[in-house]
Design a protein around this ligand. Sequence first.
Ligand code: DOR
Length: 435
Amino acid sequence: MDERPTLFTGARLVDPASGRDELVDVLVVGETIEAVGLGLDAEGADTIDCAGLILAPGLVDLHTHLREPGFEHKETVETGTRAAAAGGFTAVSSMANTDPVTDHAGIVAEIRDKAAAAGLCDVFPVGAITKGLAGESIAELGEMVEAGVRVFSDDGNCVPSSRVLRNAMIYAKAFGDEVVIADHCEDPSLVEGGQMHEGAHSYSLGLAGRPAEAEELVVARDLALARATGGRLHVCHLSSARAVELIRRAKAEGIRVTAEVTPHHLVFTHDDLVTYDTNLKVNPPIRTTEDRDALREGVADGTIDVIATDHAPHAVEEKEAEFDLSPPGTIGLETALAAVLTHLVRPGIVPLARALEAMTVTPARILGAAGHGGPIAAGRPANLVVFHPEEGWVAEAPFVSKARNSAFLGRELGGRVRHTMLRGTFTVAEGKVTR
Ligand code: DOR
C-alpha cells in the first residue's frame, strides 16, 4: 500500500457494477477507496491528473495459464502476474494444466502463496475436474472448494465422458450453488491431430482440420447435462457461430450457463492463418468471418458473458517449430484491453461499458474474486485501472510476460494502460510495472 493518499482527478469513471459513466475524482487512502465525487480535495495526497483517461475496476481474467508448477520455462506465477498487471488486471485465474496438475488443495495453496509473494495481481486457481486431467475419475473437488476454488476445468482437454461430466456437475453442486464446471468444448475424436479450423484454408494449406461441429456437439451435450443436473456450466473460449446460438437458446430456456470468448477469436479469422503464423494456432481454432461476427454479436447482446484471454505462454523455440509441431496458444494479458478497444469498442460493435462488464464484474462474480470487478465506491478495496482509450502502440517483443507468442505481435493497437492499482498499491504507474 502506498503511504500517501492518492487522488485521481478528472477521470471518466466507467463502472459496469454500478452503471456509472461520468467524470469523477477518486480518492484512495491505504488499501481502500475513500471517496468518489467531483471536486475532491485531500491534504497531502499524490494527485494524478486523469483528464482524457478512463478509470475502471481492475480487469479480471477468467482464463489464464500461469504454467507454474511444472512449465516455468514458459511462464511463472511471478512473470504471468506481472504481465497481468501490465495489462490492467488485478485478478486472474490460473488454469489447472500444470505439472503436477492443480487437482488438489496443496497446489492451490502453493500458487496462491507465490502470487501473494509477488504482490502484482491476485490469483484465483481453477481446479481440475478430473484427477491428472485424465478425464476418468473426479478430482478432490470438496477439498479444493474448501481452499476457496470456485471454478473447475480440465481446460486444454475436453471432458470426453458424458457420465464423468454429469457426475462432476452433480458433485460440484453439492458444494455450493456458486461452484462452476467449465468445459473445453471440442469432441476429442473429431479434433485429433487437427491444426486449424477445418475449411477452405486447412484444405489448401494441407493441414488437418478441427471442425466447428466438434464444438457444437460438446456444447449441446454439456447444455443437456446442465439442464438435467441443474448444475452451473461455463463454456470456455467459444469459437463457432452455431455454439453461440446454442448458448443463446439455452439461456432463454433458463439453463444455468455462462460463456466466454477470447480477444483473438473476436479479432482474427482463419484467413489470417494463411501465412502459417503459429501465434494464431490456438485451440479451439480461429474460424470464419461468420463465426467471428457471431461471437461479436454474442458479446454485444450478452449471450457471451465474459471476454477472457486464454493467456497461453509457450517458449520461443516451441512456437518456432513447424506449424503442426508447435503447441497451441497465444499470450493475451498485455493486449486484451487494447484489442477489445480497437476492434470492438472503437468501431461501435460493443459499447465500452458492456465490454468492461465482460472483463470486470462478470468474471469476478464467476471466479468468486471478492473485492474485484467493482463497484468503484467508498469503502471498497482500491483495485482499479486507468487507461487511455485510444493511444496507439504496436504489440512488440519483449513482452512483460516471459513468452512472446502473441497473436497481436507486430500489430497496431489503440488503448493503453497508464496505471493499475491493487489494494491501494500501484502495480503499474505511468505505464511501467512497479516491481
Ligand atoms: O490454445 C490453447 N492453449 N488452448 C487451450 O485450451 C490450452 C492452451 C494451453 O494450455 O497452451
